[in-house]
Each structure stands twice: as structure tokens, then as C-alpha cells.
Design a protein around this ligand. Structure first.
Ligand SMILES: Nc1ncnc2c1ncn2[C@@H]1O[C@H](COP(=O)(O)OP(=O)(O)OP(=O)(O)O)[C@@H](O)[C@H]1O
Length: 251
């Protein structure tokens, strides 16, 4: 087991929550604004204090030396200021491991996937919002991409799709799927129910600081459940073997 969450809390923001995350899992965290998604992600990253225990490959987060933890789990906050004027390539280099076989190939692959080749010498402060998001995503992927020495790693992404155009959203889908196939696990927060229906393996639904449901996306994302969560009526449509959720206008 990669991550074991035992009665983890954040006072005033997250009620006691227990779950297990395995290598290969791709989990979407959904729920209304203020439900506690960011708080849960930050707690799992070991960056918010609280009760309970969070174990990464069996060891409590607090017992991990900082440098080793940084190679095992990465966290992408919802928003982040550019750390100064440095060039994109320099920023990415800061996230590379000293020695990791295949890292150069991975770097070239991610530069192409996120279409950053012609931005590499640009100062971070001169990127658009979506470009900075792609650079941040690339950095955390590089930081913990699974390798033979560390096959099981964890990526915690707070609203990673925000600001990405549709092609870049697809690129990110592809990289996260590859990351999980390589042995990592991903937990992301977001607000796009139909994207979660298609892309997530599991969904955790949150409401008022509590995880109220967890399970397969197709099973959890049901109109009645969503109505209770968002106060909106939903319909689930079927088309060519795919399901779609549509929020209906309330009269
Ligand atoms: N720094 C903070 N200090 C105290 N309370 C906070 C802080 N940040 C958020 N909260 C509160 O904690 C609760 C959960 O917030 P959180 O940011 O985890 O929700 P979220 O589900 O990620 O929301 P959103 O979808 O709007 O990003 C909210 O009631 C919020 O007001």
C-alpha cells in the first residue's frame, strides 16, 4: 500500500477520514467550494497539522527526512507565485534528481507534451497563466516520476486543470495516466464532474469538511448524490456507451 490514511483531521476544516491509496490509483476529489478538498490534500502532503496518522509506504509522514519525502510525494498548490525572474529551464532543473536513469528522456518528453520548447529561456514572470500552470505541473511530475529505485510515488494536485486549454487538459490526462501506469498514484481536486466520470478511477466526494462517499467514479457520480451535494438537479445521459451528467435549471 502506498498511502494509509488513519482518522486524519484538520481542526475546523477536515473531519476524521480514513482510506487507503495503492500504486496505480487515480483519484478525483470533488465537492462544492469550501468542502475541504485543498485542506485534505495539504494534510496528505504533511503540510497541515492535525490528528490521526498518514503513512507513506508504511512510515508516518513526520518520520520521513525532508529530502527523501520530496522524492516520494509532490504537492501542487492551487495557486503559487513565480519564485522570481529565473528562466523556465532553470526552474525545471531545480526539480530534477541528482541521478535518475531515464530522466533526460522524460524531461524531453514532458517539454514536448506540455509544448514548452519555445518557452524554456523565458523568465517565469513573463509566462501566461496557463503556461505557468504547465511549468508547475511539469516540475512536480519530474520531481516524483516513478523509477526503479522508487517505483511507488504520490502526486497531490490541487485543481491542476485550472487555466489549461482543452489540448493541454488532454496532455495532462495522458501524463497522469502514464504516471499511474509507471507505479505512481495521483489524487487531484477539481470541479468538472464529466471529466472525472471519464478520467478518474475513483472519486472521493466531500461536503462540509467530510468525505461523504468514495468509490468508482461511475458508481459515485449519481444524480441523487450530486443533488444533495450541490443543491441542483442532475440528469445522467447515455450516448454511444458513455455517460454524461447534465445539471438542470432549477425553477
Ligand atoms: N488558511 C485557512 N485558515 C482557516 N480556514 C481556512 C483556510 N483556508 C481555508 N479555510 C476554510 O477551510 C474550509 C475548507 O477549505 P478548502 O480550501 O479546503 O476547500 P476546497 O474544497 O478546496 O474549496 P474550493 O473548491 O473553493 O477550492 C473552508 O471552510 C475554508 O473557509
Amino acid at each position: 500500500m502506498l498511502l494509509s490514511i488513519e482518522q486524519a483531521t484538520v481542526p475546523g476544516r477536515l473531519q476524521a477520514f480514513s482510506a487507503q491509496v495503492n500504486s496505480g490509483d487515480l483519484i478525483h476529489l470533488l465537492g462544492p467550494n469550501g468542502a475541504g478538498k485543498s485542506s485534505l490534500l495539504a494534510r496528505l502532503a504533511g503540510l497541515l497539522p492535525g490528528q490521526g496518522v498518514v503513512r507513506l509506504v508504511g512510515k508516518p509522514l513526520e518520520a520521513w527526512p525532508r529530502t527523501l519525502l520530496a522524492r516520494r510525494r509532490a504537492w501542487l498548490p492551487q495557486q503559487q507565485q513565480q519564485p522570481g525572474q529565473m528562466a523556465v529551464f532553470h526552474y525545471l532543473q531545480l526539480h530534477l534528481a541528482e541521478e535518475k536513469p531515464g530522466q533526460d528522456t522524460l524531461l524531453a518528453h514532458l517539454i514536448a507534451a506540455f509544448q514548452l520548447r519555445d518557452k524554456l529561456t523565458r523568465p517565469l514572470t513573463q509566462l501566461s497563466g496557463g503556461e505557468w500552470q504547465r511549468v508547475r505541473l511539469m516540475a512536480v511530475l519530474l520531481q516524483v516520476w516513478p523509477c526503479a529505485a522508487q517505483p511507488a510515488t504520490l502526486l497531490l494536485l490541487d485543481e491542476p486543470y485550472a487555466g489549461l486549454d482543452v489540448a493541454q487538459q488532454q496532455a495532462l490526462d495522458g501524463e497522469l495516466t502514464a504516471f499511474c501506469r509507471a507505479g505512481g498514484a495521483v489524487i487531484t481536486s477539481g470541479h468538472d464532474l464529466n471529466h472525472s466520470l471519464r478520467h478518474a478511477r475513483n472519486v472521493w466526494l466531500m461536503q462540509q469538511g467530510k468525505v461523504v462517499q468514495q468509490g468508482r467514479a461511475e458508481a459515485v457520480l449519481q444524480p441523487d448524490t450530486l443533488r444533495a451535494l450541490y443543491g441542483l438537479a442532475f440528469r445522467k445521459l447515455q450516448s454511444e456507451g458513455e455517460s454524461w451528467l447534465v445539471a438542470e435549471e432549477m425553477r
